[in-house]
Write a new protein. Structure first.
Lengths: 88, 774
């Protein structure tokens, strides 16, 4: 059964308050040199069927539920496989 | 040229910034003004103002400032009537960030309502959240501490498929942002009607208080003074939000996406806010005001930095120079037009005298608020923006802020209005027997527009800060603003799209009357008015007629009641395809208490109290909740409005509260007397025995929506004094029963236990939207 990984990230132009909070926490800890942090989400889905079907189903689910396509981008790939580029 | 091709062109030009010098040399350069929402004649007008073609940055600025949302170009000619409602109490009025009213004892109160309709449909949570953030900054910009918010909300039919998505997100967003700020949400409306499907109305009102002598000016005065940007960094959020999302119908928007945002086409212009940054900004600014460190202040909202610098420069009648590269950016690759029109949240602009600037920056540092000097005030009369030393903007600031296009749009009375008026509710079958009346009452109490709102309100903090005296479901939100004297204010926001569809002039006055009544019922004296005018496209003459009538109705009504319109907001283009929403002016009324401990609650709680009905009941069902719930009918005439009677009713209610003659009071509106009794019984936990006036048609008595009415519960010991006061003042009044038992009994008609009523009233929203608040 293929395992599909869905990575969800806030779109580049959208404010990410959690990422900003991490940046300021880093500087509080005395860590320097990290100028930007963006925080996203990773989902791992075990999906019935062959690889191609699993990817397509995961992409559909990501668009409908896992990501909010208005403010987030997502990428879908097989676990251990190459990163798929250009989803959404 | 396709969007993609334009996008490519924008990319290839990225290296060479379009400067004023370049604009002079390349007069024939093609510019994407139409994609930015400008008309050819408006583009021509920019040429006339500047004597050359605009630079890309200037074009971006004119397109947002001359958008409907910022320039009020279609509404201005009608809004002028509100100037005639001014009173002496008004310290700041229309044109300021929010109206400010003197409430005595050295205190002032500021309040305003705005719309965030379009963003809240695209992205309900963030759209509604940033709507709260935006109105809170308007209040802050007057120098006031924000004290509470109220949210009038309108959605499509309660059982329509998309309503759950929009409502859940909007309510969570308002709660999320407001609760994080520590602001109580003390009132509002939740209305369902198919006309708002695909175009929900998300209005937000904020109220704040300030020492009257701390009122701030949104003006850049004093050449040599510095321009300081405080708060969040600037990113690509909401590029062109005002010109695309708020100033055109959805299907035509999107030009900005290709030509400005540079990403995949048709990217919606939504913003994500951060309430914790806003909270810091509020406390930081309040400290700066208290220490008298700023000369002027303006919030950044729609049209972002462009709006703030052009409005303050125009108001200061001076000039301004801004070094745009000093603006702290989230993304280094942003170009001047994007920096100028970004709608990144949680930012304020300050004007600071040079000797105070170190102290200002130190205060900001202490609060953890980013603060940057980005320019200075000049005496040139020009707004000049440079980018790494090159001039990219050089314009007269008033041409952006005050001298935009003004349109006298054609108006035409809607063709279907006479047919609508003729199809009155007279022929609808009415309940006659006790059993039918009982069934109607339960059905209406359980209907989406009349049922319990706890599913929504429990997601909001209602009592945080410790100064909330009454919050919804009460008639109005009541706040203490001065602990020493118990001085306080009451606020209510009301609107009725169905009444306005039938007759926008009368419907708007009914909204005004209801908001006044709601404030007066608590015991507060109505003092001032704000408004949010939600309409369809101004390019549709029938919509424009509705708008003109609504403005005329509000101006006439406010003059008659002696209440000033302190400001407000216009939201056009609320339509899906060619179908506009019901015209929906929402009216907010502020009332004043000398002593909030005198407030009158809504619920019946004292057994034996006499129940009196104040006002006159007529057979009025046009646009009523009964006609809609039981017959899906909308037609006829809305109830008549008598502002003199409203004023008299308000005086009696205020006097009754002040002299301690009233235990409970509730205004009559949607659903009539029946609904008012249901709410008063359930709120206070006591039943009522009702004897309808002899000879009255029980159905009309229970369900008519005649305006100018209220029920009051008066202790036996005060009954004579109260009724003599009504007689002396000439207010019609009927004794209709007593507070008693644990059921609602209507003699010779029906009896229903409060338990059964509560079950019907409570169950609707959880059934529609899920098991309840998370």
């Amino acid at each position: 059964m293929p395992r599909v990984v869905v990575d969800v990230m806030p779109k580049p132009e959208i404010l990410d308050p959690q990422g900003e909070a991490i940046v300021s926490a880093l500087s509080t800890l005395g860590v320097s040199g990290v100028t930007s942090v963006r925080q996203g989400k990773r989902f791992e889905l075990d999906v019935d069927g062959d690889d191609q079907t699993a990817l397509e189903r995961a992409r559909d689910l990501a668009d409908r539920l896992l990501a909010n396509p208005v403010i987030e981008d997502f990428q879908v790939r097989l676990d251990g496989g190459p990163r798929e580029v250009g989803a959404q | 040229m396709s969007d993609a091709a334009q996008s490519d062109a924008a990319q290839s030009d990225a290296a060479a910034v379009d400067t004023v010098e370049l604009a002079g040399k390349t007069p024939d350069e093609h510019q994407p003004y139409e994609e930015l929402g400008l008309r050819p004649d408006e583009y021509e007008r920019i040429h006339t103002v500047l004597g050359r073609r605009p630079t890309a940055a200037e074009l971006a600025m004119y397109s947002v400032m001359w958008s409907e949302h910022c320039s009020y170009k279609s509404s201005k000619v009608h809004l002028r009537q509100f100037a005639g409602t001014r009173t002496d109490r008004l310290l700041a009025g229309i044109g300021a960030n929010a109206g400010v009213v003197d409430v005595g004892a050295g205190l002032a109160v500021t309040f305003k309502v705005e719309s965030h309709n379009h963003p809240s449909f695209v992205e309900p949570y963030q759209g509604a959240a940033t709507g709260v953030g935006g109105i809170v900054r308007d209040i802050l910009a007057m120098g006031a501490r924000p004290l509470a918010v109220l949210d009038p909300l309108r959605f499509g039919a309660a059982d329509a498929p998309d309503t759950r998505r929009v409502l859940s997100g909007v309510v969570a967003g308002i709660g999320g942002y407001g609760n994080c700020l520590g602001l109580p949400n003390i009132g509002g409306e939740v209305v369902f009607d198919p006309s708002y499907a695909g175009n929900p109305l998300v209005n937000a009102l904020c109220v704040g208080a300030l020492p009257a002598d701390r009122l701030q000016q949104a003006a850049a005065t004093g050449p040599g003074n510095l321009v300081v940007l405080v708060g969040a960094k600037t990113g690509r959020d909401g590029i062109g939000g005002v010109s695309v999302l708020a100033s055109a119908t959805f299907d035509t928007g999107g030009g900005w996406a290709g030509s400005m945002a540079g990403g995949p086409a048709k990217r919606p212009s939504v913003q994500v806010g951060d309430p914790f940054t806003e909270k810091v900004l509020i406390e930081c600014c309040l400290e700066l005001f208290a220490r008298d460190l700023v000369v002027g202040v303006q919030d950044l909202g729609g049209a972002g930095l462009t709006c703030a610098i052009s409005e303050t420069a125009a108001a200061g009648r001076a000039g301004m120079r801004v070094s745009l590269e000093r603006v702290p950016l989230r993304e280094a690759s942003m170009e001047p037009p994007q920096v100028l029109v970004s709608e990144s949240q949680e930012r304020m602009l300050l004007i600071v005298a040079p000797p105070a600037v170190d102290e200002v920056l130190a205060v900001c540092r202490r609060w953890g608020a980013l603060a940057t000097v980005i320019g200075d005030v000049t005496d040139s009369g020009r707004l000049v923006v440079t980018w790494h030393g090159e001039t990219v903007v050089d314009v007269p600031p008033a041409s952006l802020a005050d001298e935009g296009p003004v349109y006298e749009r054609p108006i035409r009375r809607p063709a279907d209005l006479d047919a609508l008026a003729a199809a009155g509710p007279g022929s609808l079958p009415r309940p006659a027997t006790g059993i039918e009346l009982r069934e109607t009452l339960v059905r209406m109490a359980a209907s989406p527009n009349l049922c319990d709102r706890s599913w929504v309100t429990e997601q909001y903090d209602r009592y945080v800060r410790g100064d909330v005296v009454l919050a919804w479901p009460e008639n109005a939100g009541v706040l203490r603003i001065d602990e020493g004297t118990e001085r306080g204010v009451a606020l209510s926001v009301d609107g009725n799209g169905r009444y306005c569809r039938l007759d926008p002039y009368t419907g708007t006055q009914l909204a005004l009357a209801e908001a006044c009544r709601n404030v007066a019922v608590t015991g507060a004296v109505p003092l001032a008015v704000t408004n949010c005018l939600n309409f369809g496209s101004p390019e549709d003459p029938e919509v424009m007629w509705q708008f003109a009538e609504a403005c005329r109705g509000l101006a006439d009504g406010c003059r008659e009641l002696g209440l000033p319109v302190t400001g407000g907001n216009v939201s056009f283009y609320n339509s899906t395809g060619a179908v506009a929403i019901h015209p929906t002016p929402v009216v907010g009324v502020l009332g004043l208490f000398d002593d909030v401990t005198r407030r009158t609650p809504l619920g019946f709680s004292e057994e034996g109290d006499t129940i009196l009905l104040l006002g006159v009941t007529r057979d009025e069902f046009g646009g009523s909740e009964w006609a809609w719930v039981t017959h899906g009918h909308l037609g006829g005439r809305p109830p008549q409005v008598d502002l003199r009677a409203e004023r008299l009713l308000a005086e009696v209610l205020v006097a009754g509260s002040r002299d301690g003659m009233v235990d409970a009071a509730h205004d009559l509106s949607d659903g009539g007397l029946a609904q008012a009794l249901v709410e008063a019984c359930l709120r206070g936990g006591a039943g009522a025995r009702i004897v309808l006036p002899a000879g009255a048609d029980p159905f009309v008595a229970l369900f008519s929506e005649s305006a100018g009415r209220a029920v009051v519960a008066v202790p036996r010991s005060e009954e004579l004094r109260f009724t003599e006061m009504c007689d002396a003042r000439g207010l019609p009044m009927t004794r209709i029963g007593v507070v008693d038992g644990d059921s609602l009994d209507v003699q010779d008609a029906f009896s229903i236990s409060l338990a059964e009523l509560e079950q019907a009233w409570n169950a609707t929203l959880p059934r529609l939207f899920g098991g309840g608040p998370v």
